[in-house]
Design a protein around this ligand. Structure first.
Ligand code: G3H
Ligand code: ZN
Length: 278
């Protein structure tokens, strides 16, 4: 299927009151695992390559980016290739040149005016190329490894930010935080409802690994659209690899133990996509 832009798919999900699963591509083959899971669930999927993943891949976006784009093009469901959490504008330009259909410019750690100015610049060149832009207002913390759910985005500030920048999706802080290995985050559902009523573009929930199944369903009902999950899948992948290696201490072929991890991730993504669309 030809690549599709995130604006169209997110708008359809929002309209239907369904969540759109967005998962991080960590290794080259993760993209195929995610697409296979989405095909089994008959749901669209966002394949996200983060700036941190680019760093992990030796600072090179092209190999993992091109591979992910090829996997998305060969998919039988709608798959979006998205650059996640980028604060490097040159990397965003490279993603656009490579054919990514969506990017996230993350200036949430910057003072409001600076976040605004750079987001406007990114929207200008991305929209000229037909590429969707997600931005973040109100920092979703936790990248320091500590659950930091304190920050909240104000709905009026969010609406103002969208009007001034022209972004297509907005990530907001509503009680989640990144990199949680337990699903114990307490989301502010009343704030999500007010945000969805005030902000005219689809909302993005970051750090969804820390949110329970019931919490994600409630967040989608309250108005969240794009649901970003990464750590939760890493937890499952690593547990499956550990289990395989413990049961097979003489194993040396990475295809064997990586496959064990991939199998578990595929099943969990299929399950989550079903949950988001229920
Ligand atoms: O942008 C990616 C997500 O926000 C993933 O966060 O690893 O806490 O699920 P997570
Ligand atoms: Zn995030």
């Amino acid at each position: 299927m030809p690549l599709i832009d995130l604006t169209t798919v997110a708008a359809a999900s929002r309209e239907a009151g369904k969540g759109l699963g967005a998962f991080n591509v960590v290794q080259l083959e993760t993209a195929q695992v995610l697409v296979d899971a989405a095909a089994a669930a008959a749901r669209p999927v966002v394949l996200q390559v983060s700036q941190n993943a680019v760093k992990y891949h030796g600072g090179h976006l092209a190999p993992i980016g091109r591979a992910t784009i090829e996997v998305a093009k060969a998919a039988e469901i709608e798959a979006i290739v998205h650059l996640d959490h980028a604060d490097d504008v040159e990397l965003i330009r490279e993603a656009v040149d490579l054919g990514f259909t969506s990017v996230m410019y993350d200036g949430s750690h910057l003072p409001f005016e600076q976040n605004l100015a750079t987001t406007i610049e990114v929207v200008e060149f991305c929209h000229a190329a037909g590429v969707t832009v997600e931005a973040e207002l109100g920092e979703v913390g936790g990248k320091d490894g500590v659950h930091a759910p304190g920050v909240r985005t104000d709905p009026d500030d969010a609406a103002d930010f969208v009007a001034k920048t022209g972004v297509d999706l907005l990530a907001v802080a509503v009680g989640s935080s990144h990199a949680m290995t337990e699903r114990s985050a307490d989301l502010d559902l009343e704030l999500i409802e007010r945000m969805a009523a005030t902000v005219p573009v689809p909302l993005v929930l970051h750090g969804s690994s820390g949110v329970s199944d019931a919490g994600m369903v409630a967040a989608i009902r309250a108005g969240m659209t794009k649901i970003n999950v990464s750590t939760h899948l890493n937890v499952q992948f690593t547990a499956a690899v550990r289990e395989y290696l413990t049961a097979n201490p003489d194993a040396v072929d990475p295809r064997k133990y990586v496959a064990a991890g991939n199998q578990v991730v595929r099943a969990e993504v299929e399950r989550l996509l079903g949950l988001y669309a229920a």
